[in-house]
Design a protein around this ligand. Structure first.
Ligand code: HEC
Length: 419
């Protein structure tokens, strides 16, 4: 009996037919971290499952080339696609073929293209990379910590924003920059429109600037949930803000008033937003699908039922798994499209023994047998201490009861016996 798997389906994939049929892009095996829409309507998605999805008429083609989550995708003016991610790599895709342009020394969080075709990348290594076809990359340094967003104003003028809370204007000809705005918290995202620059911050603010003199045109938001995604509609009449608690706010650009509010993806974070130019807002997050929220139909609020959180009572163990593990692990024993190995049949299994999963050498050669004791130690000490060199993320579960509940729940949920 796959009780755990059934429960997860409820938690993660609330049936859209509960409310009204909702259009989705379905197929990724991990959270959707970025969405881009080309002028011809083609959609590209970047996911925690390490793949890029290219969607024509809602059906996917997968581009496999990254070794970690894909956090940035951008259509280029010449019809190619650029992608980058947690593997530090910048890849350009031409007819499904990958060419790796190079690497940062940290995760890459954003890609922008200049009118002349130059690419700019923002990285957690604190630099901005400038990439042309003929020359090695140029690195712009100045941010005190990770750079989260880049955007071109024109060929010579680049904007950047980052974890140090600064918004900077770069003269790319000499690599100099000046700080035009400083926020007390990190800036997560930035978008530009013809005469507006928008940022979203760690402390939940959305700020709209007039880039002529960098005056603040509007500032709004709560102080609670970080802003994780921003998008401007192709006609620049609207923009959308997505936050860490699953709220999406659609605003009118000229009036700066709220047009619509949605609650998306079962209260998980809204990592990705994009407008498709056909009256939809596309949203991606923990749920592996992209949802199309219609912007012009009335009333929009009925649709919220489609994705509302289910009221099934959830045990602490299940909650631990949902919050801390499920983005990377399934409970079955097939090859899944997630970052970590499937956990089906975990208890009694030797570490690194799932066929077809590309384990790190450390885990593949380890003698650990997974049971209550070893799993407890794994999250008591943290994978970086318990199995140094493995590719598991640094993560500890400090409460002994939380570990106990998780392990008790996992024992049941990963059991593969049929009866
Ligand atoms: C960000 C992704 C991610 C998250 C979150 C995550 N893991 Fe993992 N996990 C991995 C990866 C990647 C590996 C394989 C590591 C390697 O090959 O070195 C792994 C390996 C494992 C293994 C060893 C499996 C085997 O076949 O040997 C166990 C057990 C495990 N994870 C349990 C958990 C649990 C329980 C949680 C939640 C508390 C969790 N993981 C959260 C990515 C993740």
């Amino acid at each position: 009996m796959l009780r755990g798997a059934g429960l997860l389906v409820l938690l993660f994939l609330p049936d859209p037919t509960i409310g009204q049929e909702m259009d989705t892009l379905t197929g990724h095996g991990g959270a959707v971290l970025e969405i881009a829409v080309a002028d011809d309507g083609t959609i590209a998605t970047g996911s925690f499952d390490n793949s890029v999805g290219i969607w024509n008429e809602r059906s996917p083609t997968w581009l496999e080339g990254h070794d970690a989550a894909v956090t940035a995708v951008e259509f280029m003016d010449d019809g190619t696609l650029a992608s980058a991610g947690d593997d530090f790599a910048l890849i350009r895709w031409q007819e499904g073929e990958a060419s790796v342009l190079g690497h940062h020394r940290g995760k890459v969080s954003d890609i922008a293209q200049a009118p002349d075709g130059t690419l700019a990348t923002a990285s957690w290594d604190g630099t901005i990379g400038l990439w042309t076809t003929d020359n090695p990359p140029v690195w712009l340094t100045g941010h005190a910590s990770g750079v989260n967003a880049v955007s071109y104003m024109d060929n010579a003028t680049l904007l950047s924003a980052g974890a140090d809370g600064t918004l900077r204007v770069w003269d790319v000809s000499d690599g100099s920059n000046r700080i035009v705005y400083s926020h007390g918290f990190g800036i997560n995202v930035m978008e530009t429109a013809s005469n507006r620059v928008l940022i979203g911050t760690v402390d939940g603010r959305t700020i709209v600037f007039e880039p002529q003199d960098w005056t603040t045109v509007a500032e709004f938001g709560t102080d609670r949930d970080p802003v994780l995604s921003l998008a401007v509609s192709p006609d620049q009449s609207r923009f959308a803000v997505g936050d860490g608690a699953g709220h999406i706010t659609v605003m009118s650009m000229p009036d700066l008033t709220v047009e619509r509010e949605f609650t998306a993806t079962a209260n998980g974070p809204v990592w990705a937003l994009a407008f498709d130019g056909e009256g939809h807002l596309l949203a991606g997050g923990l749920d592996h699908r992209v949802f199309f929220w219609p912007l012009d139909s009335d009333p929009p609020l009925q649709l919220m039922a489609a994705n509302a959180q289910s009221n099934v009572p959830v045990s602490n163990g299940a909650r631990q798994f949902q919050r801390k593990c499920a983005v990377c692990h399934t409970l079955t024993n097939d090859r899944s499209r997630r970052a970590g190995p499937a956990l089906g049949g975990l208890f009694g299994r030797r570490a690194g023994s799932m066929p077809n999963y590309p384990y790190s050498e450390i885990l593949a050669n380890s003698d650990i047998i997974w049971d209550a004791e070893t799993i407890d130690a794994l999250f008591d000490e943290g994978p970086d201490h318990y199995i140094p060199g493995s590719r598991m993320p640094m993560q500890r579960i400090t409460g002994p009861e939380d570990r106990e509940d998780l392990i008790a729940w996992l024992r049941d949920a990963t059991a593969l016996t049929e009866e």
